[in-house]
Design a protein. Sequence first.
Length: 269
Amino acid sequence: MRQELQSLPKGLAEDVARNLVMVANLIDEDPEQAYAYSRVALRLASRVAAVREAAGFAAYTTQKYSEALAEFRAARRMTGSVELWPVMADCERGLGRPERALAMAGEPEVQKLDKAGQVEMRLVAAGARRDMGQLEAAIVTLQSPELASNSVQPWTARLRYAYADALLAAGREGEAREWFAKALEADKDGATDASDRLAEIDGVEFVDAIVDLDEAHEDEAHEDEAEADEHLDEHKGGSQASGQAAEPGDTGAAGDAAARDEEQDRSAE
């Protein structure tokens, strides 16, 4: 990319490079912002293949598939490289044209891809089969030496995950669980949610311990408050009882004294 930018005047090359760096930094966390930076770079240097490719990936990540496909085609015309072939086919899927993606999977360009590119093309082809409702064909498409291999490559986790997902969609839950576990074993970088899918199959529900602890503290606070209110009500009730006037028929201390005085008067009489 640096070599391609050297064809530009120095100041312009630096401006384009800064925008491309921002695309790379933001494309996973903030795709829309990355896309905005890619448009700036594209406006500054549309004749640079690396810029067209970066703009294509930024559009692809924001699901602007028609725009992404146009940029990828432009980059391919400039470089003559076939490395973008799988993502171009996936753009066809995004545009609702899975049959075109399948056609691209059978083109001679696929044979020119490196191993990673061929695996990616297989994933796209399997996805196209699923788009067309051909689940069993998708499963067969993913069955390959790369899937059966015990060696872990950068594509292994995603390939195993796609296979497990296709099996699950076909109702083959036991096999799906096995392959989700294999995907998790190969997924050292957390590129997939294989662990969540395994838990879902096993009926395991994860809870947020911090949230539960906060709720428990709130419950305790409410109980303490209720207990304090209860004590306060009892105290008020006792105070009101001691300050009340004697009701008719009350035989408290004042009543006893009056009875003794009356008895003494009768004795004196």
